[in-house]
Design a protein around this ligand. Structure first.
Ligand code: PLP
Length: 392
């Protein structure tokens, strides 16, 4: 039997029905808007049997290179793999040093450690929470083989100064652009400025696959060729391996999904930017440290992160009001147990530590409605005005 919607008696909503929770992101809402296109592309891959690399991956690589404004793009199986291969191509070897930041997702430094190199941290600046240029030069040694800034939360690091410094000292800059698809610095795309840009397409990223995926962008043809070889067991010719290789290939299914989703990315980014702007206006008078889009930088708002010294209490009040929040990131990398051998102490990188202790991420995703956002704002205002002593 088929039920037609109009056959159903009208069900008046009880006035007291609690509003559904506001999630920090909503991948189902996005899937519903592109379902037919995605399923068609996935069916093509299933029928073609091009399950690993293949034409969908090649088409996506070209489209993504064009999108960010680089000559080449090499698809891989994660952002972590992208970073690993990019650092190898930068010439990082066991025992070398890579300058990076402690306020990031730990994969940034995993890639350094996979090589047997050492992450050397500099703190982030207190406005953008990206690499503090002024601290980099004094950390450079004979062993420094790469500078690895992170475009955190979707905002590019201070690239002009970093690229300048890299050029002066002969050290390649590798961009961790895993959170910054479509971001820009002085009109130049994130991931196109250094020797390589490393992207993640983890499902929750601004451009997300339906599984694991990543990519490296570069303008250097020889680097692109080496990346293609390294991701595929270092076979230049089949079953001939002239160096240590990796199985870091991208799946055909992921290439297909990403090719479909890339066509929507500008629209999704515009929606994120509009919502971020709306948060900034509506939260401006609250006692919170709000994120800032620095002059000359195009922020793509992967995350909207605010700071408050009582963030744990605020988060639990928001949760009670049905508002989901996140922590990006609660422990800075230099204080992770896995990096105990680096012998860092609390106080070594005070800005990163303050972000870690005070940060919380508000819901922000392209499909978020103004009504959902207004509920977040109202709940936050309640939580912050209840106790007027809670000033940052
Ligand atoms: C997500 C992320 C990565 C790792 O990407 P995966 O695809 O999860 O391996 C690296 N760096 C940053 C800053 C990230 O946010």
């Amino acid at each position: 039997m088929t039920l037609i919607a109009t056959d159903l008696p009208a069900m008046p909503k009880p006035a007291s029905a609690p509003a559904p929770p506001v999630p920090i992101m909503d991948l189902k809402a996005q899937y519903r808007t592109i379902q037919d296109e995605v399923l068609d592309a996935l069916r093509e891959v299933a029928e073609s049997t091009a399950y690993v690399l293949g034409p969908k991956v090649a088409d996506f690589e070209q489209a993504f290179a064009d999108y960010v404004g680089s000559r080449f793009c090499v698809g891989v199986n994660s952002g972590t793999s992208a970073l690993h291969l990019a650092l190898i191509c930068a010439g990082v070897r066991p025992g070398d040093e890579v300058i990076t930041v402690p306020m990031t997702f730990v994969a940034t430094t995993w890639a350094v450690s996979y090589i047997g190199a050492r992450p050397v941290f500099v703190d982030v600046d207190p406005i953008t929470y990206t690499m503090d240029l002024r601290q980099v030069e004094r950390k450079i040694t004979r062993r420094t083989k790469a500078i690895l800034p992170v475009h955190l939360y979707g905002q590019p690091a201070d690239m002009e100064g970093l690229l300048d410094l890299g050029r002066r000292r002969g050290i390649p800059v590798i961009e961790d652009a895993a959170q910054a698809h479509g971001a820009a610095y002085d009109g130049r795309g994130a991931g196109t400025m250094g020797l390589c840009g490393c992207f993640s397409f983890y499902p929750g990223k601004n451009l997300g696959a339906y599984g694991e995926a990543g990519a490296i962008t570069t303008d250097d043809e020889a680097v692109a060729a080496r990346l293609r070889k390294l991701r595929d067991h270092a076979q230049g010719r089949r079953y001939h391996h002239d160096e240590l290789g990796y199985n870091y290939r991208m799946d055909g299914f992921q290439g297909a999904v990403l090719g479909v989703k890339l066509k929507h990315l500008d629209r999704w980014t515009e929606s994120r930017r509009r919502l971020a702007d709306r948060y900034l206006r509506k939260l401006a008078t609250l006692p919170l440290k709000l994120p800032v889009e620095a002059p000359g930088r195009r922020h793509v708002w992967h995350l909207f992160v605010a700071l408050h010294p009582h963030r744990d209490r605020i988060r639990s009040e928001l949760e009670a009001a049905g508002i989901q929040t996140g922590l990006h990131y609660p422990v800075p990398v230099h204080l992770q147990e896995a990096y105990a051998d680096l012998e860092h102490r609390p106080g070594d990188f005070p800005i990163a530590e303050r972000v870690a202790s005070d940060c919380f991420s508000l819901p922000l995703f392209p499909e978020m409605t103004d009504e959902q956002q207004d509920r977040v704002v109202a709940a936050l205002r309640d939580a912050l005005t209840r106790d007027r002593e809670d000033r940052p």
